[in-house]
Ligand binder design. Structure first.
Ligand code: ASP
Length: 273
């Protein structure tokens, strides 16, 4: 997790992540430890390269679960982390292009509006779930969230029960994609509850994806066929080692390592594009 967070080339998490609408990088992360049923989380944290480390410190070194904004930043500094500018030049250029193309009625003019056009809002999160030989489960998420978000916007990734949930007796689940849909569906928690009641990881993620599709009724969020115009991916790991990931639309993959070589597996899906 920390390797990708520190990588300036990855624009979805940590250093080099795409900024909010003001051009400031704000990061979300959480972690949950199955054996102790304890969790730590930071949201909208600025200037700190490795938010998942701060989330782990919230778990280990406080009596709280979640710290946000300036409080989270000061907590990280108190633990010796450095404040750094997380906005790389490449991310700044992408943000500027988005800002310049926002509207032809504002004061920001792009060099060649006709040529550049609008880009889809980039997203991206890392969810990592682990099961050790002792049968202990853990999980961690990290993201710079929705690119160009309203400052202070928090997605699902730092919210226990939404972007991540771990129950050492049952299994773990994490999510990527449209955070608002994952928060409203309490996605990861419901996947784990589904497995508790006997569903396979595959059936558990599909059930929650169906609920998300059903809950999506606002025309603003629907494509021409009346289906969600966004993606959600849910990753489930059962305590017995079975796993699955599911996406609303076909074409996603997830990475697995069961001791040997890592491999990419196809997600199950609900709909074809
Ligand atoms: N789930 C993240 C969020 O809403 C974004 C993503 O996974 O792409 O902040």
């Amino acid at each position: 997790m920390n390797i990708v967070e520190a990588d300036p080339k990855d624009m979805s998490v940590g250093y080099g992540g795409l900024p909010n609408e003001d051009g400031i990088v704000e990061l979300d992360s959480c972690c949950m430890h199955g054996p102790s049923s304890n969790a730590g989380s930071v949201a909208s944290i600025r200037d700190i390269k490795l938010p998942s480390r701060v989330a782990q410190l919230v778990l280990k070194r406080t009596d709280h679960v979640m710290l946000v904004g300036e409080g989270a930043r000061r907590f990280a500094l108190a633990h010796g982390m450095k404040a750094e500018n997380l906005l790389t030049d490449a991310a700044r250029r992408k943000w500027l292009k988005w800002k310049e193309n926002l509207s032809d009625k504002d004061d920001w003019l792009s060099p060649k509006e006709a040529e550049t056009g609008h880009e889809a809002r980039p997203t991206g999160t890392i969810t990592c779930l682990g099961l050790n030989p002792a049968g202990e489960l853990s999980g961690v998420t990290s993201t710079s969230g929705l690119a160009y978000k309203i400052p202070g916007r928090i997605g699902d990734s730092p919210i226990i029960g939404a972007g991540l949930y771990v129950d050492n007796d049952v299994g773990a689940c994490g999510a990527t994609g449209r955070g608002e849909a994952v928060i409203i569906s309490c996605g990861s928690r419901i996947v784990v509850e589904n497995m508790r009641h006997g569903m396979s990881p595959e059936a558990a993620v599909k059930d929650v994806l169906k609920r998300i599709v059903k809950q999506t009724v606002d025309p603003r969020l629907l494509d021409k066929k009346g289906r969600p115009d966004f993606e959600v991916v849910l990753y489930a790991l059962h305590k017995d080692g079975r796993h699955a990931a599911g996406s609303i639309y076909k074409g996603r993959q997830y990475a697995v390592n069961e001791g040997g070589e890592s491999k990419l597996l196809d997600c199950v899906h609900l709909l074809d594009r």
